[in-house]
Design a protein around this ligand. Structure first.
Ligand code: GAL
Length: 698
C-alpha cells in the first residue's frame, strides 16, 4: 500500500509540472478562463469598442482575432494593412482581454486564387474548388506556402512580442474541404512520398501486393491517386494515400509553426483547433505532437451526426461522450488542452438544428472544466448578419447588444468558475481512487485507416467500437489518456491499458505489451487485434498467430451475422446477444475462459478469455455485443478483480476531477444521483442532478 501512495505522489508531481501551465493569464486568475471569437471585419468600426468592452464586462478573459481575415490583412498582393487589427488589439488591451491571434491561411484572398488557381484542391469528382470556400487550398503547395509564409511573418513581426497576444492558432480545423485533395500537385507529392517510403518500385509492388490483379508498376510516375470514384481496389494503396494525406496535413501545420517560432516570443504558444475526428481519418493529432505547444479542439455537441444517448432530451443535451473523448484525446498530445470553439447555442448547419435544453450550454462549460481544460472559447461573440452562418447563435443576439440564452449561460458559468477558482487549493495530487483506475488507450491512427479501408462486414464501424469501450470506461469514472506505441507503457501511471481492434502490430509492440503485463499491467485487447503487420498484410501464419502466446489462445476463425440475425454469448451467469463479429478461440492450458457462445454450431466455444502473465493479465474480448452491456460487464469485472475503485454511472452521466473538485454533469434525460459521500462538501448544485445539470463537490 505504501508503495502505491508513493507512486501516486510521484504522479502528482509530474502532473503539477504539466498542469501548472496557465495558458491564458487572465486578469482574475480563473482556473479556466473563458473567451469569445470576435471578427472585427464583420462589424462597423464604430461598434468595436462597445463590443470589446462588453466582452470584458461580461467576464470573458480573452478574445480571438483574424482567423479568416487574409483579404483584409493583405487586400492586394504585397500590400499589408495591420492598422485596423492594431486598433482592435489595443482595445482588447484597454479592457484587459488577452488575444489568441490566428494565421489566416484557410481563406486565401481572391487576388491569390485568381493568380494561382493551381493551389486550389480538387475533389474526387475532378472539380477544382473555387474561390468562396475555405480550407480550399493545399497547405503543402510551395506557391501557396510562399504567400502563407509572407503573411505569417508579417503578422509575427507585428504581434510576436505583444504581451496582449497569449498565443497563436494555426489555420482552422485542419483538413481539406472534401477530405482529400486529388489535384495534379498531390499526385506528384504522393509519388514522391511513396518513393521516399519504398525507395524502389519493386518494394512498393511488394508492399502493395501489386501482383494481385496485375496492379504492378514499372515506375513511380505511373501511380495514380486512389480515387474512390475511379474504383481503385487496392487496400494498401488506399491506406498509403490516407497516411500520405495525414503526413501532408501535419507537415503544413509544421511549416506554419516553424515560420512563427522563428519570429515570436517564447511566451506566446502555438496551437491549432482540431475537429470532427470521426469524419477526418487523415487528421492525426499525434502527427503534430512535436510541432504544437498543445492541441486544442472544437466542440459542436448538437451536431446531428454525433453519437447521442437515448432519451427524449438527448438531442437538446448533446453528445457529452464526444466532448469527453475529444478533450481527452487532445489533452493526451501534450498533457493539457482547451476548447477553442464551443457552440454558444443553436447552430445552423446540422441536418436539423435543435435548441439546446436551457442549462445545457452551462453544463458543457462545466464538463470541460471537469475534464481539466485550460480554457474554453466560444464561436462566436456576435451572431453574423451575413455570410454562410447567418443563423448561428452568438453570445449576442443579432442586434449586438442583447445577450442570447446561451450567452446568459456563458456569463453564469464564468461567474461560477471564477468564484470557485478563488477558493481552490489547486491541488496537485490525484485522488488514490482515480489513480487506481487510470487507463491508457493505445492509439494508432493508421489502424483506423486500415480498419475503415477493409471493414469486412457492412456492420463494422471502428468509431463505434472505440466509443463503446471509451463510453463504458467513463461509466466507471475512468480517466483516460491516449498514448502511442512509442510512449512509455508505465504500469504505475496506467494500471490498465486498452487497445481496441488493434489490427496492425509488430514484434516490438507485442514484446512491449508482454513486459507491461509482466510488470503488473492489465491489457485489454479485442477482436481483430494483431491480424496484420504494419503494411496491412496478413501474417504468413495462422489467424492472429503472433498474439496467441500473449492472449493465451489460438484464434480459430471469426464469424459475422446479417444485421437482422442474432446469436448469444454466455458470460458471468447471463446471456448477451451479438451479431457484428464473433471470434472463436481455443484457449491454451492455464487460460481462464470467461465467456462462451451459447448457440450456433460452435455452441460452447470460448470468445472471452483471461491469461495471467507475471504480475498482470491480458484479457481478450472476441465478440461485439448488440447493446454493449456485455462490454460494460466485462470491464467492470476486470477492474474490480484488480482492486480498482470504480464508479457505477449511467451512460452519459460523467464524473471528472480537477484541482481538488469533483464535477458531475448529466446528459441523460432523467435525474441522476451523483456519487457524493456524506463527508463531501457540495459547492455547486445538488446531489440529485437534473438533465442538463451540474454538481461540484470536494
Ligand atoms: C466550425 C468552424 C467555425 C465555424 C463553426 C460554425 O466547425 O471552425 O469557423 O464555421 O464551425 O459552427
Amino acid at each position: 500500500m505504501e508503495r502505491k501512495i508513493l507512486s501516486f505522489l510521484i504522479i502528482g508531481f509530474i502532473c503539477l509540472d504539466i498542469f501548472s501551465q496557465d495558458l491564458i493569464h487572465s486578469q482574475e486568475n480563473s482556473l479556466m478562463p473563458v473567451g469569445a471569437y470576435y471578427y472585427p471585419e464583420h462589424w462597423s468600426e464604430k461598434q468595436w469598442e462597445r463590443d470589446i468592452k462588453r466582452i470584458a464586462e461580461l467576464g470573458f478573459g480573452f478574445t480571438h482575432f483574424a482567423e479568416f481575415a487574409w483579404s483584409r490583412l493583405e487586400p492586394k498582393e504585397g500590400q499589408f494593412d495591420f492598422t485596423w487589427l492594431d486598433r482592435c488589439v489595443a482595445l482588447a488591451d484597454k479592457y484587459s482581454l488577452k488575444v489568441i491571434m490566428c494565421t489566416p491561411s484557410p481563406t486565401p484572398p481572391a487576388w491569390l486564387t485568381e493568380k494561382h488557381p493551381e493551389i486550389l484542391i480538387v475533389t474526387e469528382d475532378g472539380f477544382q474548388v473555387k474561390h468562396g470556400m475555405r480550407l480550399n487550398v493545399n497547405g503543402m503547395n510551395p506557391i501557396y506556402q510562399y504567400y502563407v509564409k509572407r503573411i505569417i511573418e508579417k503578422m509575427a513581426e507585428h504581434y510576436g512580442s505583444s504581451s496582449v497576444i497569449c498565443g497563436w492558432q494555426l489555420d482552422n480545423e485542419p483538413h481539406y474541404e472534401g477530405l482529400y485533395d486529388y489535384s495534379p500537385f498531390v499526385k506528384g507529392q504522393f509519388q514522391r512520398w511513396l518513393k521516399n517510403k519504398y525507395t524502389t518500385i519493386e518494394n512498393l509492388n511488394k508492399a502493395w501486393g501489386a501482383a494481385f490483379w496485375s496492379y504492378e508498376f514499372n515506375d513511380f510516375e505511373q501511380i495514380d491517386l486512389p480515387n474512390p470514384k475511379e474504383h481503385n481496389n487496392n487496400p494498401h494503396a488506399k491506406i498509403d494515400f490516407k497516411r500520405y494525406s495525414a503526413d501532408a496535413i501535419a507537415a503544413a501545420l509544421r511549416f506554419q509553426s516553424e515560420v512563427l517560432r522563428n519570429k515570436i516570443s517564447s511566451k506566446q504558444w502555438i496551437t491549432t483547433n482540431f475537429a470532427y475526428y470521426k469524419f477526418l481519418p487523415s487528421v492525426d493529432l499525434f502527427r503534430s505532437r512535436q510541432d504544437l505547444d498543445f492541441a486544442s479542439h472544437t466542440m459542436y455537441l448538437l451536431s446531428t451526426s454525433l453519437d447521442y444517448p437515448k432519451g427524449n432530451l438527448a438531442n437538446r443535451l448533446g453528445s457529452g461522450m464526444e466532448l469527453s473523448f475529444s478533450s481527452e484525446l487532445a489533452r493526451s498530445i501534450k498533457g493539457y488542452t482547451g476548447i477553442m470553439e464551443l457552440q454558444p447555442g443553436q447552430i445552423d448547419w446540422g441536418a436539423w438544428n435543435s435548441q439546446p435544453l436551457p442549462g445545457a450550454v452551462r453544463m458543457w462549460i462545466w464538463h470541460s472544466f471537469g475534464l481539466g481544460d485550460k480554457f474554453v472559447c466560444t464561436y462566436r461573440f456576435r451572431q453574423p448578419l451575413f455570410g454562410a452562418e447567418q443563423f448561428h447563435k452568438g453570445i449576442m443576439e443579432p442586434d449586438g447588444v442583447t445577450l442570447s440564452p446561451g450567452g446568459e449561460e456563458f456569463v453564469t458559468a464564468i461567474k461560477e468558475i471564477k468564484k470557485l477558482s478563488l477558493e481552490a487549493e489547486r491541488k496537485s495530487e490525484i485522488p488514490i481512487e482515480l489513480q487506481s483506475r487510470s487507463t491508457a488507450f493505445l492509439w494508432k491512427q493508421d489502424n483506423l485507416m486500415s480498419l475503415e479501408t477493409v471493414k469486412l462486414t457492412q456492420q463494422w464501424d471502428t468509431w463505434e467500437h472505440y466509443y463503446t469501450y471509451y463510453q463504458k470506461l467513463k461509466t466507471m469514472g475512468v480517466p483516460i489518456t491516449f498514448i502511442q506505441e512509442s510512449d512509455n507503457f508505465d504500469v504505475i501511471k496506467y494500471p490498465f491499458m486498452i487497445a481496441p481492434a488493434y489490427e496492425m502490430v509488430d514484434n516490438e509492440l507485442i514484446l512491449k505489451w508482454k513486459k507491461y503485463v509482466e510488470d503488473g499491467g492489465h491489457l485489454i485487447l479485442t477482436t481483430r487485434s494483431g491480424m496484420k503487420d504494419n503494411n496491412s498484410h496478413l501474417w504468413e501464419a495462422l489467424l492472429q498467430q503472433p498474439i496467441w502466446e500473449l492472449i493465451g489462445a489460438k484464434v480459430d476463425c471469426f464469424d459475422q451475422l446479417s444485421p437482422d440475425e442474432e446469436a448469444n454469448v454466455f458470460f458471468d451467469g447471463g446471456d448477451y446477444t451479438w451479431n457484428v463479429w464473433g471470434d472463436q478461440l481455443s484457449p491454451f492450458p492455464g487460460t481462464k475462459i470467461w465467456g462462451v457462445y451459447s448457440d450456433q454450431y460452435y455452441k460452447g466455444k470460448p470468445c472471452i478469455i483471461k491469461k495471467s502473465l507475471g504480475k498482470g493479465a491480458v484479457y481478450y474480448i472476441g465478440v461485439i455485443s448488440k447493446n454493449k452491456d456485455l462490454e460494460k460487464r466485462i470491464l467492470r469485472k476486470i477492474y474490480q478483480e484488480n482492486n480498482a475503485i470504480i464508479l457505477d454511472l449511467p451512460d452519459y452521466f460523467f464524473v471528472e476531477y480537477r484541482d481538488g473538485y469533483w464535477v458531475a454533469v448529466n446528459y441523460t434525460s432523467e435525474a441522476v444521483n451523483a456519487p457524493i459521500k456524506d463527508r463531501d462538501i457540495i459547492v455547486l448544485g445538488t446531489k440529485l442532478v437534473p438533465p442538463g445539470g451540474v454538481v461540484v463537490w470536494k
